[in-house]
Design a protein around this ligand. Sequence first.
Ligand SMILES: [Zn+2]
Length: 251
Amino acid sequence: MKCATFHFHGELNFFLPRRHKHNPIEHPFDWRGSIKDMIESLGVPHAEIEWLVVNGVSVDFDYIMQDQDVVDVYAFPDEIDIEPKVALRPPFPGRPRFVLDTHLGRLAAYLRMMGFDTLYRNDYPDEELAEVSHNERRILLTRDTGLLKRSIVTYGYYVRNMNPQERLAEIVERFGLAAHVEPFKHCMKCNGLLHPVEKHAVVEQLPRNTAAHYDIFHQCSSCERVYWKGPHFEKMESLMNSVLNGHNHDE
Ligand SMILES: [Zn+2]
């Protein structure tokens, strides 16, 4: 029987059973396996891994495990002081875009509110979530580690918090969203693009008194829902500010 030692750093301990958290794991094996498969068999999904180091050398997911290997596994935002460094995936191209697992509806609405292109349906099958993430290069947010172990998922993240507002703060922090916020860009309901619209064009759709009190309106190009800076927006804006200020405070 061969044996390797794994050290999981930082955020990755979240995925380990209690007895393994923050402890070296001695892992016996008698099969020829990649480092990726072996790590996932210990419970940590590849999508959460930022750097892999074997015996002091940076490697990628295809590395074949050898007897007596000592493995260090790091999550974002940990850095390694090793050259050369082997990146496990290309940096995410451009503005972050998301696809969300079925139970993250509130988070989807919040991300859209802040201007992020976010796909969400309450009936997405796992396979389709993984495919959409892969084909459209979207960051998959989920509460399902199995989904993050699917090999076609390149950009993925397990949402830790349970409360929707804390989840929003968590994602803003993790993906550096504060610099990209753009309210009134995406429809909170359907993710369609919003455009400015004249009051007279939408007055029929507005609740009583709204037309009298507001002059600036945006409309969704897909579902035609109308948005304005009323009390509902003010509530959203204060949530957005508290999330962003919390973020700035940490820096
Ligand atoms: Zn819409």
